[in-house]
Structures are given as C-alpha cells and as structure tokens.
Design a protein around this ligand. Sequence first.
Ligand code: FE
Ligand code: FE
Ligand code: ZN
Length: 276
Amino acid sequence: MIYIGNHLSSSKGFEAMGEMALKLEGDTFAFFTRNPRGGSAKAIETEDASALVALMGREHFGKLVAHAPYTMNVCAAKPDIREFSRNVLAEDLERMEYVPGNYYNFHPGSHVGQGEDVAIPLIADAINRALRPEHTTTVLLETMAGKGSEVGRSFEELQRIIELVELKDKIGVCFDTCHVWDGGYDIVNHLDEVLEEFDRVIGLDRLKAVHFNDSMNPCNSHKDRHQKIGEGAIGAEALRRVATHPLLQGKPFILETPNDDEGYAREIAMIREWMI
Ligand code: FE
Ligand code: FE
Ligand code: ZN
C-alpha cells in the first residue's frame, strides 16, 4: 500500500485541503506553504490547522508533503535572494509545526554559475540554520531534472548536501519520477538498478516520499515537463512498477501532473486499481 494524493490549492485553508483530498479519494496531499511565485505567507489559523490534523487521523492519511515556493533559492549568487530564501525556509519550518510530523520538500536550488561546489555548502548551511532539534518536520530535498544550473540532478549531489546537514534524523529525499527520468535515471528499463544506486549512494531509508509524474521528454533530457500518468515517455506500465515496488510501499505518492480535479480523481482511482 502507498498513500496517494495530489497537489492542492491552499487558498481555502488547511481543513478545506483535507476535505478536497477526501473528495478525490486521496489519503495524502501536497500544498505550497505560500504563493509559489511570490514570498509572503498568510497567517496560520490554529483552529483550521487542528481541524486538518483531526481529519487526517480520522481518515488514516499518510504524511503530507508540503512544497516550498519556487522563488526560494538558498544557494543564489545574490546575497539578498539568499537571505530572503533562508528566512523563508526558517519561517516555513516554524509554520509546519502547526501540522506536526509531516514533510517539507524543497528544491535544493540553482547555483547560477557559481558551480555546485559553492552551492552545496550554502544549501546545507541554510538547512542547519533553519532546522532545530525540537522540530517534528522532516525536510526533503527533491531530486531534480538538472534543468539550467539546478543542484540535485544526481543522487551524489543530494548525498553531498545530506552529509553536511547536522540534524541527520530530520533530512530525507523526495523522489520525483519525472525529474529522475529527465535527470538520466532509466526507471523504465532499470528501476531495480536505479533504486539500488539510490540505496548505495544515499540510502533508501532517506527516501521518504515520491512525486509521481509522467514526463513529456526522453530520459536524460534535463527538461522537467510533467505529463499525465500514462501519457508521457515513462508510461503507465513503468509507473505501475514504481507504485507497486516493494521498496516504495508505505510512502506518500504525490501527483503533480497537468490535471484538473476530475483528472486527479481519475489518476488516483487508476493507481488504486494497480494496488489490488
Ligand atoms: Fe518540486
Ligand atoms: Fe516534483
Ligand atoms: Zn518538476
């Protein structure tokens, strides 16, 4: 069994997202912690957050996979962007405590010409400043497609960040099927080998969540264009092997496919069929 859900709008608050997930037959979901292209965050309403926590318990939800805004780049070359991003990370981790014990996923960042040797310590430093021992959230680094100067395009790059993180029990990885494929890992023909490689380089115990997407482009294209499940270059058969893989059971699978609510409900139903 896996938990399945999709990325939801947070505009109506926490409880409304839980109800929306239920309506789509999901038992987890993702949401942006703030406007993905902007910076400001709404005040959190404690009661609304508690109502979601209650709903999740009652309905046996898996862990949520919150997503940091795209504007966050903790390894930016410009000091003001770096500072802004560090503050977003720290503030978001405080806010995550309103829904304790879940996941906070972020893109490691783009090194914008500085090179990954400069970027990797900056990313770890931002995490080390933001993450405190009393936090109940696990921070997830997302596997990236390697578009532009993205850091996290290989398992090795992610592991280099993890090695520098102080609170090792609070750091993990979110495995994005579209990104991994675009990044050059052939999960269509060599899924077992890719997972073995992940285990050898990072350790499968760090793989906490899956972003479940098909891809518009071939393996190793470094493009990052998501496609609906079964309509892309990865295809339904290979994605089915991912969702039913024994090593990936028990984890939240988040759809970030180009869909409306109806489309998400259809994909969730299709994946549930695979589990039977
Ligand atoms: Fe992402
Ligand atoms: Fe993703
Ligand atoms: Zn993507």
